[in-house]
Design a protein around this ligand. Structure first.
Ligand code: PA5
Length: 450
């Protein structure tokens, strides 16, 4: 089971801080479970794993089977919470070079992501790769109005229609959106696309265990039942308010205590390249949940040991507003042994016969020691392995900790009002109908240089 080790952070938190934080955490726990928190309309994620397992995932699995039969490649179109969870899970569970593997080894379509930027270069490059393949699209947007996925969908849909005709394209488009609202829902109804619903009470960054994540993951052969079962284990185990039994609450409390001491940046570190997108998912979860009302810990991430050779210097000796959370996979999916080669003097014979995972883990321990000596408190989240079940636990652990952490901070962890600011400016500048007043004001400002 996922766990938290505070060996390299304990000097930064006094016993009386723990004692004083416990009642606040208990209060936040009670209010969260009774729906008495700001953003109470978005608490559907709390029991999502158990409820989804209970209601079943037959629809998702049958659509996934269809996609596998129809497609050499699946393109998932979405951004933010409608993208990061699926990609994080895909990279966590599937091999790094999945798309390059032969079809019979992959056992599912190639998987690509679009609609998470506005770059014509990247989108054209994707179209080039898709050429000649049988393609399905899964467009995901809760609001159904987000510009990036809407633009990518328009281009990809036209491309698909040009390749296979309107009728065949219709069968290859899967829509995941709100049950009733939004331009995407309207389009899906008009065109007769197969549609999956994102529950009203689950916000984007908490939605990976809804069809948002489950459909594309099932399509590429991720065991979504195991993913949900792992999350359900965490849902059950982390339902107690006591620190000693709840590592997610200890994590939330430590973050809060460190923040009060000026540790305003958290660095999420990992030692597996396949966790890179998981770190992106985590950054969105914490950044959007906590960064508001001029408060919040800035979430950043590093991939070790790679970044020890770039950001390591800063973390060791730079400005001391950092703390580090290491997500460590206890048992790697595979291992390699360093061969013996005494004839060649590369200075590595002392490691002959050692598993590479041991070298990697030794680097982790050495780095935690060094960084904590450098006054960077180090938190260690241990995940048993890289299975779907462990990932489910990890998703739930961080979601729950994030909610409690946001409540301790005194913000609404379930809204993201700040995301709208750039959109208003962009719509005004793009000439979207209804934004004429803002457009005039912005053009005036740009001319005046302010
Ligand atoms: O967490 C969130 O709510 C956001 O990141 C959204 O997921 C993101 O903006 C995409 O929104 P939508 O799903 O409405 O296209």
């Amino acid at each position: 089971m996922i766990d938290l080790n505070l060996q390299f952070a304990k000097d930064h938190i006094a016993d009386e801080e723990w004692q004083q934080l416990q009642p606040f955490v208990e209060d936040a726990h009670r209010r969260l479970h009774q729906g008495q928190v700001p953003g109470a309309d978005f608490l559907g994620w709390i029991h999502l794993p158990s409820q989804t397992l209970q209601s079943g995932v037959a629809d998702i699995l049958s659509a996934a089977e269809e996609i596998r039969a129809q497609a050499d490649a699946l393109v998932v179109i979405g951004i933010g919470g409608s993208y990061l969870g699926a990609r994080a899970a895909f990279e966590w569970v599937k091999p790094e070079y999945y798309n390059q593997l032969p079809a019979e080894v992959r056992g599912g379509p190639e998987l690509y992501f679009a609609g998470n930027h506005l770059s014509p270069v990247a989108l054209q490059q994707l179209l080039n790769v898709l050429q000649g393949k049988r393609v399905c699209l899964n467009v995901i947007s809760k609001s159904g109005t987000t510009t990036e996925p809407a633009v990518a969908f328009r281009i990809l849909r036209k491309w698909l229609q040009d390749q296979v005709g309107v009728e065949e394209a219709r069968k290859r488009i899967y829509v995941t959106t709100d049950r009733a609202r939004g331009a995407l829902k309207k389009l899906a109804d008009e065109e007769g696309y197969r549609t999956f619903v994102i529950p009203d009470d689950v916000g984007g960054r908490y939605s990976v265990l809804t069809p948002v994540g489950l459909l594309p993951l099932a399509a590429v052969g991720v065991d979504i039942r195991a993913l949900l079962e792992g999350a359900m284990q965490a849902e059950q185990r982390l339902s107690t308010p006591k620190f000693e039994d709840n590592p997610a609450y200890r994590y939330a409390a430590v973050r809060n205590a460190l923040y009060r001491k000026g540790k305003t940046t958290e660095v999420l570190a990992h030692y597996e390249p396949s966790l890179r997108l998981f770190a992106e998912w985590w950054k969105q979860l914490y950044g959007e949940s906590e960064g508001k009302d001029f408060k919040g810990i800035y979430p950043s991430s590093v991939a070790y040991t790679t970044d020890l050779h770039s950001l390591g210097q800063y973390i060791q000796e730079g400005y001391r507003n950092l703390f580090e959370t290491v997500v460590n996979i206890e048992k790697p999916a595979v291992d390699l042994t360093l061969p013996s080669n005494p004839e060649v003097d590369d200075g590595l014979e002392y490691l002959a016969g050692r598993p590479l995972s041991w070298v990697n883990d030794t680097a982790r321990v050495a780095t935690q020691l060094a960084h904590s000596d450098g006054q960077v408190p180090n938190l260690l989240v241990t995940v048993p392995d890289q299975s779907e079940a462990s990932l489910g636990q990890t998703f739930y652990f961080f979601e729950l900790a994030c909610a409690i952490s946001g409540l301790l901070l005194g913000v609404n962890p379930f809204n993201q009002p700040g995301v709208e600011a750039y959109k208003v400016n962009m719509f005004a500048l793009l000439g979207k109908p209804g934004y004429e007043t803002q457009r005039n004001a912005i053009e005036g400002r740009l001319k005046a240089g302010n």
